[in-house]
Each structure stands twice: as C-alpha cells, then as structure tokens.
Design a protein around this ligand. Sequence first.
Ligand code: SAH
Ligand code: MG
Length: 196
Amino acid sequence: MNLQELQIIKEKALQNHVPIIMDDTLEVVDKILKQLKPKRILEIGTAVGYSAMCFSDYLQENGIIDTIERDVERIKEAKENIVKVGVEEKINILEGDAVEILPTLNEKYDMVFIDAAKGKYPFFLKEALRMLNNNGIILADNILYKGYVMSDYNKHKQRTAVRNLREYIAEVTNNPNLETEILEVGDGLAITKMIM
Ligand code: SAH
Ligand code: MG
C-alpha cells in the first residue's frame, strides 16, 4: 500500500470538505481491526475511499471490503484513488443507494462500518445485524452528530437525522443480544458487539 499517495488523498479530501473518518476515530478502529483480523468488511458510505483504504491494511490474506456509495463523482474518484494506493484487489465498490443494495447482499461480515445517510441508520443496523458474523462488530460513525443527539436540539433541518440516530442508539442499547459502547471520538462512534 502506497502510504504517500494515501496521505495526499487524505489532504485533498479535507480541503474539499469530504467528511472522511477523523484521526482519533481511525485510531480506535485501527485497534479494533488489529484484534479482529477481519476476512470481510462491509462499509456503507465510501466517499473517496479513504477509510476503506485505511481498513484494508488489516484484512486477512485474500480478505475483501465491500463498500457502498451512491454519488457518481465520488465513485469515480474512489476508483482512481484505490488504484493509486494499490489496493484495488482488496476493495470492491458497490455502486448505488445502500437502501437498495443492502437487501440484495447475502455475505457474512466480520465488521460493518456505517458511515452514510444518518436518517437511515436504523435500517442500516437491521441489515448489518442480518449479515454479521458471530464475533463481528458494527461501528456507526457520526453517532453523536455534532452533539445534537445528546442535547435537546430540535432544529428542523437535522430533526430526522437526530431522531434516527437516537433510535439507533436505543436499539443497540436495548437489544439484550448486543453490547454497545459510545465513544466521543471524532463525531461520535458507536461500537456494537454480539454477546455469545
Ligand atoms: N467512509 C468515508 C466517508 C463517507 S462520507 C471515509 O471515512 O473516508 C458519507 C458518504 O455516504 C458520502 O459520500 C455519501 O454520498 C454517501 N451516502 C450517503 N447516503 C448514502 C446511501 N443511502 N447510499 C449510498 N451512499 C450514501
Ligand atoms: Mg463519518
């Protein structure tokens, strides 16, 4: 993997306000992946491929990341980036709306990284649980959404997102088969494991 290219891609994404994974969040995910040694990862929200490329370093031999993106421009850029960094064998971009693509998938995944439309998090969770391996982990980025989720913030524009993020937290917290930790890194990260 070409780390120099990865760094250039990261800086360009930050300049262009592409909401890539934040450094402190990535640090936490790195630690999880080091332990997990995943064979298959599912990512919802590729953007320009930055997080997927970072995660790809921790895959087992012949492991793969399926990552979903609906924005045509970003898909094009992600494909170019993945080639530049030299990880095209490890990352498979699924093009289209995750709401339509997820129900068509039938793989099992060791980790699911949810990082797309906040209003769809409860649906993404349902699909992630359906495809999660026994020792698998579900991560939800931006779960605290600038602090709105834990405050009484109710402005119109973000209201649906906030309601759905709260619903996600309620579901992972109340489900007796799941164990969840919410970290205040980046924009908030929910880490959910299955209890055997
Ligand atoms: N994981 C990336 C950042 C993803 S940003 C990283 O850390 O590098 C969120 C992305 O999700 C955006 O590019 C947006 O176009 C995409 N997205 C949002 N809703 C989506 C949906 N319903 N289906 C597919 N992609 C979606
Ligand atoms: Mg994010």
